[in-house]
Structure formats: structure tokens, C-alpha cells
Write a protein that binds this ligand. Structure first.
Ligand code: NAG
Ligand code: NAG
Ligand code: NAG
Ligand code: NAG
Length: 531
């Protein structure tokens, strides 16, 4: 009696299908399938953007055998790696409260001089911009001319067209697409209305995993110039999360090898969690060595209160308190606001600059953005000036982006020299002192980014704040306090600062820690990139 009951009970347990990422060294998908099946896995699909990587799921519903079949599979000479895929959620940066309505994005205040940039003859023509989001209603009268299926894919349903689900109100991607490239038939002109538009659907009702996310962000990386992204981990002031292993590789490979070696431009919105005390230092997509992040300012030139700030923010876009007309479903128009709009508008502006000079590398674009940003129209915050004379602030980076200046500078741009890198792993793996000093050589004469990585052990990490001080005396807040974050520890975290741009590396770098509680730092390393 007992065994029968037990069996019945088992049948009602949901059979959780665990997904794994497996590297199988073969060009032959049938062979890969046979290998997977022989060991008790079902082969779901091959990744589109990586060689020899497959998603498989276990089909035995008896978890006791799992460890066993995983280690059996690894014995096969053609199987080089197997990794369990954990599920997680990623969230579109939704609408924010607005005070002003704009029918045309080029009228946003303070002016980003978009119309002036168009008048110099650029509209993003021949530049490919992909919106990585919840799909694009590509039949819209303002999108159908720019949309290209060549650079589009639905990673939710594995289909060629990135169709949004209208019943689920998956409108966000379509709205962002409009700001980038709408053609002016009905809802206005997108910033890069001559650009080629790709739609990469990644957000949907299902949870994501590392393989899906990486596959989407590496999709067509030779041809896609700009990936416009305005989603991420929860902006709740508690979460500290970022890209996992393969997605991190997708982003760094894109930077290094994408666009035939010139580097993909990943443009990220800094996040909408400012009012919940959130900060993009705890968002590993924004606070990332290889992405470019924008903040947002209101029409009066003050930073939007909901916008997150951090030392990785490079520049800012206007429209913070504005609702901007863009494309909607079924050839209708809609309005969008929030930091999502800033990533899309910034992608369009960078698209204009890439048309002006298609040879620009990712690092050229980074420097060009800094040189084309201006603090004169930004109010109510006090900027710091770094040792190379650049003004910066965590919420707006080096200021408001000026599209006209950017295309003009792009045309006559002198490429930045080959990148140098200075890496110091300190012998110190255990420290509780509130001041850590690291002495560096003069290897880097002009800094691009500073990357500080460490494991932090702290009972309530939200109570800890951290500042990095350069030999030239610039102080960059790399970790602010987050009063709502009562979680312990922050392991294997990288803090990125762009605030030292143009300074030199030589001398004593100081890490200042502020907390009333005991803490331990381990595995500290300081990396400086630049020329
Ligand atoms: C898309 O691919 C087709 C077929 O290869 C090609 O003819 C077309 O020019 C491509 N479109 C773009 C925008 O690259
Ligand atoms: C964009 O500009 C190019 C010239 O650079 C022109 O041929 C094209 O028609 C323009 N596209 C749009 C949509 O206005
Ligand atoms: C900006 O600062 C000025 C002077 O301190 C103040 O009068 C004004 O209300 C502030 N504006 C905003 C939007 O905070
Ligand atoms: C961090 O340090 C610990 C202890 O020294 C070590 O076991 C671990 O592998 C290190 N982690 C990394 C990412 O280097």
C-alpha cells in the first residue's frame, strides 16, 4: 500500500525541468543530440551566438540521479563543460511620473541639439541599432521602413520575428524603438530615423537564464553597432545583481571583437530606483567595464529624482519629467518617460555619430561622449572637477549630451591609441582598516576607467559606503549607503568609475571605507585602463 501511495504522490509533484548549458565540441547538431540523449538529457537548442554551446534539460524526473548523469556526461571526450542554468527575472525600466508632454523628442529641454545634428546631414543611415527588450511591433507605419529582420530575433519563443504580446501589454520595446528610429509618418521622428532597426526580444512572461541573456546580447555582434538596453535587476534598493558568467563574456567579447573589432556599443539606462534609495553601483550591467550608461535630467536642468546615480554614469539625456510621443501598437502613437527613454535617445544620438564616422571604436565613442557632454545646462548639483579638468557628478556623468557637437567632433576624430591596462592584485586579502592604500606606477598616462574588485564581508552592506581617491586628489564615491539594504556581504563585486577620466595612474590610490560595523575585504584588485 505504502509504495503505491508514494508513487501517486510523486506524480503530483511538478517535474521541475532543470536546464543546463553544455559545451559539446562538434559541428554536427545530430551528434550533439545523440550524446546528450545517451546520458539522459534532452537537447533543447543550440545557442545562436556562440559555437558549440547547447541548452539541454534533464529528462529523468528523479533528482537523485542528477549528479550522477552530470558527471557521466562530463566524461565524454567531446563534452567540455556543463553548468546548471538558474532562472532569474529582469525588469523593464517602466514609466515615471511626468509634468510635461512633448510631441517631438527634439524639442525636449534642456536641448540636446538633435535637430541641429540632423541639419548637418546625419540621420543614422547605415548604422544598425538593436532594441533588446520585449519585442517590436515592426508593422507600425513609423517602424516598418527601418526594421530589418536580419538583426532581429525572438529569444523568448525562438522565432524570427520579435513580436510583442499585445495582450500582455509588451509595449516597452516598441516605444524605445520609436525614439530611436521612427520615420515621421505619424508619431514624429526618431533620433536616428535613417538607422537600420533590429528587435531582440528577451523580456517576456518567462524567467531568464544566463545562456538566453548572453545569446541575445551577442546576437549578430559583427553587424549590430549599438544595443539599446533599458532593463535590469530590480530597482528596489535591496538587490545587488549583474550579468552572470556567459553574459559577462558576451558583453566583454562584444566590446573587444564586435563590429569586426571596433567593439559593440552597449547603451544602458542607469535605472529608475533613485526614489527607493537605489544606486546603480549595485547593478552590474550599468556598473560594468564594457557598457555605457546614461542618467537623465528634468526640463529645468535638474537631475530626475528617480534616476539612479553612480560612478559609472558617463553622460545624461534630457526628458526626465517629460512624457514623449513615440510609437505604440497597431500604428498608433503612445507616450514614454523615465530612464528607458534616455537609453533609446542616447542610442539614436550615438547612431548619428557612427554615421558621421563609421570607423569609431567603442573607446572612441566613450571619449567622444565625454567631449560632447556639457554641464552648463544642468542645475542644482555641485560638480566636482577631476585632475584632468573634467567636471563630473554621479547622477549625470560629464553632463548633458550635445548631439550636434558629437557629430561634428566625430567627423574629424583622431582614434584613441591602443588601450593599456594596469592591474594590481594586492597581497592584502584581509583588511578591516578604513583606509587602504595602493601604490601604482605611471604606466597609464590618461585614464579611461578604474575597476576595483573585491569581496566584502559585512553584516549589513547597505550601511557601508566607499570612496576611491586618486593620486591627483579626485574623490569618487563608488559605493553609497543604501539604507534599505539590510543584506550581508557583497561577493566578487566590481566597482567601475569613469570619474578619473584623463588623469594619470602614478602614485597612491586610497580606498576610504565608512561604516560603524566590523567588516572584512578580500581579493582586492585595482585595474586601470587608458592610454
Ligand atoms: C538582409 O539580408 C538580405 C538577404 O541576405 C539582404 O538582401 C538585405 O540587404 C539585408 N538587409 C540589411 C538591412 O542588411
Ligand atoms: C537619411 O539620410 C540619407 C542620406 O545620408 C538619405 O539617403 C535617407 O533617405 C535619409 N533617411 C531618412 C529616413 O530620412
Ligand atoms: C534649484 O535651486 C534653487 C536655488 O537653490 C532653488 O530655488 C530651486 O527651487 C531648485 N530647483 C529645484 C528643481 O530643485
Ligand atoms: C577570494 O579569496 C578566497 C580566500 O582567499 C579564495 O578562496 C577565493 O578563491 C578568492 N576568490 C576569487 C574570486 O579570487
Amino acid at each position: 500500500m505504502f509504495p503505491l501511495l508514494f508513487l501517486l504522490f510523486l506524480q503530483f509533484l511538478p517535474v521541475s525541468s532543470e536546464d543546463f548549458l553544455v559545451k559539446i565540441q562538434t559541428e554536427n547538431d545530430e551528434e550533439a543530440r545523440n550524446i546528450a540523449e545517451y546520458y539522459g538529457f534532452a537537447l533543447n537548442r543550440k545557442l545562436k551566438s556562440f559555437d558549440n554551446l547547447y541548452i539541454v534539460s534533464e529528462y529523468l524526473d528523479d533528482n537523485l540521479h542528477l549528479e550522477h548523469i552530470v558527471s557521466e556526461l562530463l566524461q565524454h571526450e567531446k563534452v567540455h563543460m556543463i553548468e546548471k542554468l538558474d532562472n532569474f527575472g529582469r525588469f523593464a525600466r517602466k514609466e515615471m511620473a511626468t509634468a510635461k508632454k512633448y510631441e517631438n523628442l527634439w524639442q525636449l529641454e534642456p536641448s540636446m541639439r538633435i535637430e541641429e545634428a540632423w541639419k548637418t546631414g546625419f540621420n543614422g543611415s547605415k548604422v544598425t541599432i538593436a532594441i533588446v527588450d520585449d519585442g517590436i511591433d515592426e508593422s507600425h507605419i513609423d517602424l516598418k521602413n527601418s526594421f530589418s529582420p536580419n538583426f532581429s530575433f525572438d529569444f523568448v519563443k525562438f522565432g524570427n520575428y520579435p513580436k510583442p504580446d499585445k495582450r500582455e501589454n509588451e509595449l516597452h520595446g516598441t516605444q524605445c524603438a520609436g525614439l530611436v528610429s521612427m520615420s515621421g509618418n505619424k508619431c514624429g521622428l526618431g533620433v536616428g530615423h535613417g538607422a537600420i532597426l533590429g528587435g531582440i526580444k528577451l523580456l517576456g512572461p518567462k524567467l531568464l537564464n544566463d545562456a538566453l541573456e548572453a545569446d541575445a546580447l551577442a546576437f549578430q555582434k559583427d553587424k549590430i553597432d549599438i544595443y539599446s538596453v533599458s532593463w535590469g535587476p530590480k530597482d528596489d534598493g535591496i538587490t545587488a545583481d549583474g550579468p552572470k558568467q556567459l553574459t559577462s563574456r558576451a558583453i566583454s567579447d562584444g566590446f573587444q571583437y564586435g563590429r569586426q573589432g571596433k567593439g559593440n556599443i552597449f547603451i544602458w539606462a542607469s535605472g529608475n530606483g533613485g526614489n527607493s534609495g537605489d544606486n546603480c553601483a549595485l547593478d552590474g550591467y550599468v556598473n560594468n567595464e564594457f557598457t555605457i550608461t546614461f542618467g537623465v535630467v528634468n526640463s529645468d536642468g535638474t537631475p530626475a529624482s528617480y534616476a539612479e546615480g553612480c560612478s559609472a554614469v558617463l553622460s545624461a539625456i534630457s526628458g526626465g519629467d517629460s512624457s514623449i510621443r513615440t510609437t505604440g501598437f497597431d500604428s498608433k502613437c503612445s507616450h514614454i518617460s523615465g530612464s528607458s527613454a534616455s537609453a533609446a535617445i542616447a542610442s539614436g544620438i550615438v547612431g548619428l555619430a557612427l554615421q558621421a564616422n563609421p570607423s569609431l571604436t567603442q573607446r572612441d565613442v566613450q571619449k567622444l561622449i565625454i567631449e560632447s557632454s556639457d554641464i552648463s545646462k544642468i542645475h542644482n548639483i555641485s560638480f566636482q572637477t577631476n585632475g584632468a579638468g573634467y567636471n563630473f557628478h554621479q547622477k549625470v556623468g560629464f553632463g548633458l549630451l550635445d548631439a550636434e557637437k558629437m557629430v561634428k567632433l566625430a567627423k574629424e576624430w583622431k582614434h584613441v591609441e591602443k588601450q593599456k591596462e594596469l592591474l594590481v592584485k594586492t597581497k592584502l586579502i584581509y583588511s578591516t582598516t578604513p583606509l587602504i592604500e595602493i601604490k601604482l606606477s605611471d604606466e597609464v598616462k590618461s585614464i579611461e576607467r578604474v575597476i576595483l574588485s573585491m569581496d566584502i564581508y559585512h553584516e549589513t552592506r547597505g550601511e557601508l559606503s566607499m570612496y576611491l581617491e586618486s593620486p591627483q586628489g579626485t574623490i569618487s564615491e563608488i559605493l553609497p549607503k543604501r539604507i534599505t539594504d539590510k543584506n550581508a556581504n557583497l561577493i566578487n563585486w566590481k566597482f567601475i568609475s569613469v570619474n578619473f577620466f584623463g588623469e594619470h595612474s602614478e602614485g597612491n590610490w586610497k580606498i576610504h571605507l565608512k561604516t560603524s560595523k566590523p567588516f572584512v575585504l578580500r581579493n582586492l584588485s585595482l585595474k586601470i585602463t587608458g592610454i
